[in-house]
Write a protein that binds this ligand. Sequence first.
Ligand SMILES: [Zn+2]
Ligand SMILES: [Zn+2]
Length: 347
Amino acid sequence: MAVSVPALMKVAELVEDGALRLAERPVPRVPDGWSLIRVRAAGVCGTELHFLEGLLDPMGIPRVLGHEVAGEVTGARTGSSGSRVAVYNVMNCGSCRYCNTNRDRLCAHSLGMIGFTADGGFAEYVVVPERNLVPVPGSVSLEAAAVLACSGMTAVHAVRLAGLGIGDPVVVNGIGGVGLMLVQVAALAGATVLAVADETAKLDLAQNLGARAGLLIDDPEGYETLPEEAIRMMGRAPDVFFETVGTRETMRAGFGCLAPGGSFVQIGYTSQPLDIHPGALIKNELRILTSAAGSRNDLETAIALASQDRLAVVIANRTDLDGLPEAIQSLRDRHVLGRNVIRYESG
Ligand SMILES: [Zn+2]
Ligand SMILES: [Zn+2]
């Protein structure tokens, strides 16, 4: 059954000099094998800042950002019109050696990422390869599904890569959208989690959702004492340090607090370089792991955990597309408890 789709849609697009512009565009044509999704919710991620600051290349402007997307299938040939879906944002082939080993984002035949190098969900409609649609059960809201499509998936991927052991002390540094998911997923995997953040409200939230302890550090110098504080609070040095902040001070503290054989897992970053002498790594056989986004299976896992009430999605503020600049500014100011979400009610 065909559903009527308007000719034009409202979008927020990245233009020159890192500016965002509200505009109208034609609703995109749907190539064979793709679906048109009526966007219902799109999360506003810290990665947006990297595009605005020029740290990431959108491979052409204007580009519609928004890579945490959930909505309804519209006018699909397959007859699944109206289905509630989350968008798996990595356009991978599904059959190469990376896709076969839960590392879809490294796909040898990648077509890029929705909301990164292809137009995304800061728009009323988005086109997506059919293989990128992930069903969302009725017990999970589309707002939650949107957030799971980035931060939930990212946390599942990073925790799987880190190979946590039951009871292992781990640190999650930075309690933003991804950090809050990491706390929960690491705790589900059996780890004992210390949350580190710059606001007590973030720590309270982390502790309500599974962190064993919280440590407030609200200035860069405070990180100098993190190694001793981590040992004091956890009984011994942590085995894993999940880094979602990525400044010189936080990265140095991360390596400084790891137990011998421990893993530093880089997830968040800034423009600042990682600067560590190899000897400091070799002496204790420390490992550097990096984790970005996740596989389709990681997203399916995140949605399943949410549907079982084992993974909470914390929405900070809801707004419409007009409120996107403000949502991004609050991220820049580091005052977001969970995730800001753009909602689409019209039509
Ligand atoms: Zn994201
Ligand atoms: Zn592949």
